[in-house]
Design a protein around this ligand. Structure first.
Ligand SMILES: NC(=O)c1ccc[n+]([C@@H]2O[C@H](COP(=O)([O-])OP(=O)(O)OC[C@H]3O[C@@H](n4cnc5c(N)ncnc54)[C@H](OP(=O)(O)O)[C@@H]3O)[C@@H](O)[C@H]2O)c1
Length: 367
């Protein structure tokens, strides 16, 4: 039998890279896992059979070495400043290595006029990869991950509160996908370029759910009543700043506030849910309850103890006392690329068309 092609998985310690690599290994593919440090995640991947590569995704030298002998790759730019640099290094190295197929993690919101610099960079990365006609590309446009709700697992578990700035608790909906399903879709596309090359996929969870339903489900899983509390953007920014983990950087704050604005505007509900997970993997997408049960079981802050409750109350006090981050000052200091007349997705005709009933198309097909 011919040997299976070697697949490079970038951001292999991340939310989607880890399940992508594990799903490929399970199917017997040789995987090179690109991480930036040797830690428990690297150990887990090694035990599952991956070849571990430690390096910096900004470094052309490292990316060239990481691609030696690989013919396919999962491209996942970390959620970090200079996303365009990640994309350009990956594209240049992929061109040199003559990769045959790439699966690229993009965004549901991806469009070139977006107020978010990260999102415009993601769109430019999509365009760059598509322009490289020598390899096939599958673009995976994911919306608001289920994982994001677990930012507030501690107050949900300890205080019965789900404080997020998502707007009206009955109206603002999302069909949240699990990290595992995103990884399974990426792995499915990597294993079969013939079927999935040239496609744009938008994997979602199985149903649209409101913030009140998210709170109710979490409550059921945690065995207590949990109430969704719509909070202001200011409070959200203070919380991101004040409470670790993961201690969001200044740059992330400036972008996350734009993503919650898209949530409130209903962008993640447009033409959702999709049947992508079922179509690519052959099994249904995981429900939010399934995802929440797995997450609650593995997170220490979900266990109700006196110590955890005291910590949750102390974190609330920290948030109240924290200074409000000055977004405009951060943008000036970090020299963000701001564009005039930026458009949220609902205001952008190109995005509306690509998210219409005809489904997503390659950017070059729309041109
Ligand atoms: N979260 C969402 O709701 C959402 C929605 C739509 C799209 N996305 C897209 O998802 C992508 C991120 O995917 P993800 O959540 O799977 O990734 P992630 O969890 O942010 O993982 C990124 C990984 O890359 C590593 N890393 C960071 N800088 C590096 C560098 N210079 N060199 C090598 N490794 C580096 C990080 O290492 P450490 O862990 O060691 O720091 C981390 O393990 C972004 O491009 C974003 O646009 C996210």
């Amino acid at each position: 039998m011919p040997r299976k092609p070697k697949i490079l998985v970038t951001s292999a310690g991340g939310k989607t890279g880890l399940p992508t690599a594990l799903a490929l290994l399970e199917q017997g593919y040789p995987v090179r896992a690109f991480l930036r440090r040797r830690d428990a995640r690297a150990e887990r991947l090694k035990e599952a059979g991956a070849e571990i590569f430690i390096g910096d995704q900004f470094s052309m030298r490292d990316m060239r070495r990481a691609m030696e002998g690989a013919t396919r790759a999962y491209h996942c730019a970390p959620t970090a400043p200079n996303g365009l640099h990640f994309g350009a290094v990956f594209a240049a190295a992929a061109h040199e290595a003559r990769l045959e197929h790439v699966v690229s993690l993009s965004q549901w919101l991806s469009q070139p006029e977006h107020p978010s610099q990260f999102t415009r960079e993601v769109w430019l990365n999509d365009a760059l990869l598509e322009m490289m006609g020598e390899m096939s590309v599958t673009t995976v446009n994911v919306g608001w991950f289920a994982d994001n709700y677990f930012m507030v697992l501690e107050p949900a578990a300890q205080l019965g509160l789900l404080p997020m700035p998502l707007g009206n608790g009955d109206e603002k909906k999302n069909a949240p996908p699990s990290n595992e399903d995103i990884g399974a879709v990426a792995a499915g596309a990597l294993m079969d370029p013939g079927a999935h090359g040239g496609k744009v996929y938008r994997p979602t969870g199985p149903a649209l759910v409101s913030p009140n339903e998210i709170a109710e489900t979490l409550g059921r899983v945690l065995g207590r009543k949990v109430r969704y509390q719509d909070i202001s953007e200011t409070m959200f920014l203070k919380a991101l700043r004040a409470v670790p983990p993961p201690n969001y950087s200044d740059t992330m704050l400036t972008q996350l506030r734009l993503y919650v604005e898209e949530y409130r505007r209903g962008a993640f509900a447009v033409n959702a849910p999709t049947d992508v997970v079922q179509a690519v993997t052959g099994r249904p997408a995981e429900s939010f309850e399934t995802i929440a049960r797995r997450e609650v079981a593995r997170r220490p802050e979900a266990v109700r103890t006196v110590g955890n409750r005291v910590r949750a109350l102390a974190n609330f006090a920290k948030i109240a006392l924290a200074r409000t981050p000055d977004v405009a000052a951060i943008e000036r200091r970090e020299v963000h690329v701001l564009i005039e007349d930026a458009q949220y997705c609902g205001e952008n005709p190109e995005w509306r068309e690509s998210h219409g009933p005809g489904g997503p198309k390659l950017l070059t097909a729309a041109a």
